[in-house]
Design a protein around this ligand. Structure first.
Ligand code: ATP
Ligand code: MG
Length: 365
């Protein structure tokens, strides 16, 4: 629940104490004059002097009381100001703030805006490891004023843009290509995106097994399989031990068939693994037996077959749990589905995006 807003202190009706002191002075003077009149013979004079004296004292008391109220009000305002900043405050940064934050970077990172000065304008880019949230109502130029300039500022580095509707692609594609970029689209739904943006979009696809190589270090294979198959079979954030075991078995089973494809000279794909699983337990049993004696992947392939085969023989119900999860998670990847086509037939290796090679010469500005 959000904290209740701190109420602004209301201005209380009180008179400035100096005015009351003035009134008090006037009544004191009047009281003295009336007293003199009383002394000189006017019989009501002394009584009137008492009344005027009481008025003078009354005004003095009011001045003291108002002074007290002023102090209280000032303290409340001070507390209100301190409370208002309890959760932070904000204001527009000055050029000094920006320079101190070291975000006047050289066209690298996320474009934040331009500081307009009399002689020269300076573009401000955030180039650090934090993330940035842009908050504004719909249609307030978030994409046009931040995202598009960031992409087109030519930082000379690889960019990954999460652009589900293809909006940013439709705006920036041609300009990026003109600047020398190779623009790759990864989408399981190229036809839908093409219709949305009115441009032909071709899916590069994702080769999820691109990091598995027949000659890779055997010590890394199991970890790599776990990572790849976790992408396909993520499970839930918090799972009990039994579910955890089933998911681990399912990932290993999927990984085993990926190694099988590779060891037999085929490119592993998720639709192919799905087809193998659909052949049923007898086929899987035979596949484990076939792996016996294999030296593929430094023996890891045979070892994986043995451990999975051991579970299949000794605890068929437990094996069935992992098998069921694997079947369920691979269900969307049949040969004809969007996800199946997106992940098979591609040679695009996502890890190539991490290459540090500068593809473009940085443009001098
Ligand atoms: N500097 C600009 N020059 C020309 N047109 C602009 C500019 N900034 C915004 N627009 C236009 O204003 C519209 C809304 O801008 P934009 O798409 O950037 O807003 P948005 O905040 O990203 O909206 P949404 O919340 O829908 O994503 C777009 O049609 C865009 O073409
Ligand atoms: Mg937008």
């Amino acid at each position: 629940m959000p904290a209740a807003p701190i109420a602004r202190p209301q201005h209380q009706p009180f008179r400035p104490p100096a005015i009351s002191i003035l009134y008090s002075g006037f009544w004191s003077f009047a009281s003295y004059q009336l007293y003199l009149l009383g002394q000189s013979g006017w019989e009501w004079g002394t009584l009137a002097a008492f009344v005027a004296g009481a008025m003078a004292i009354g005004q003095f008391i009011q001045a003291a009381n108002d002074r007290f109220k002023v102090g209280g009000h000032r303290r409340k305002v001070k507390r209100f100001r301190a409370g208002k900043m309890k959760h932070g405050n904000s204001r527009f940064g000055t050029i000094k703030d920006i320079a101190a934050a070291k975000i006047l970077s050289n066209k690298q990172g996320i474009f934040l805006g331009t500081i307009r000065r009399k002689r020269a304008h300076r573009d401000v880019f955030y180039d650090d490891e934090g993330s940035i949230s842009i908050i504004a109502p719909p249609g307030e130029s978030k994409t046009m004023s931040i995202v598009v300039p960031t992409l087109l500022a030519n930082p000379g580095q690889n960019l990954i843009v999460n652009d589900p509707a293809g909006e940013v692609y439709s705006i920036c594609n041609l300009a990026l290509q003109k600047a020398g970029y190779e623009v790759c689209v990864l989408t399981p739904y190229p036809n839908e995106v093409s219709t949305l943006i009115g441009q032909k979009v071709t899916d590069m696809g994702v080769d999820v097994f691109s990091s598995l190589k027949p000659d890779m270090d055997p010590g890394r294979i199991r970890g790599q399989i776990e990572n790849i198959m976790r992408w396909v079979m993520p499970g839930k954030v918090s799972m009990d031990e039994k579910s955890e075991f089933f998911y681990r078995s399912a990932r290993m089973l999927g990984g085993f068939f990926a190694l099988k494809e590779l060891s037999e000279g085929r490119k592993p794909t998720l639709p192919a693994i799905r087809s193998h699983l659909m052949e049923g337990p007898a086929f899987i049993h035979d596949a484990f037996n076939d792996a016996e004696g294999s030296t593929a992947f430094g023996g890891v392939y045979e070892e994986l077959a043995k451990s999975l085969g051991g579970v299949l023989t000794a605890a068929p119900q437990q094996f069935a749990g992992g098998f069921g999860i694997a079947e369920q998670c691979l269900d969307p990847y049949d040969h004809f589905s969007s996800m199946g086509q997106h992940t098979s037939g591609s040679i695009f290796d996502p890890s190539s995006l991490k290459q540090t090679t500068q593809l473009l010469p940085a443009r001098s500005r």
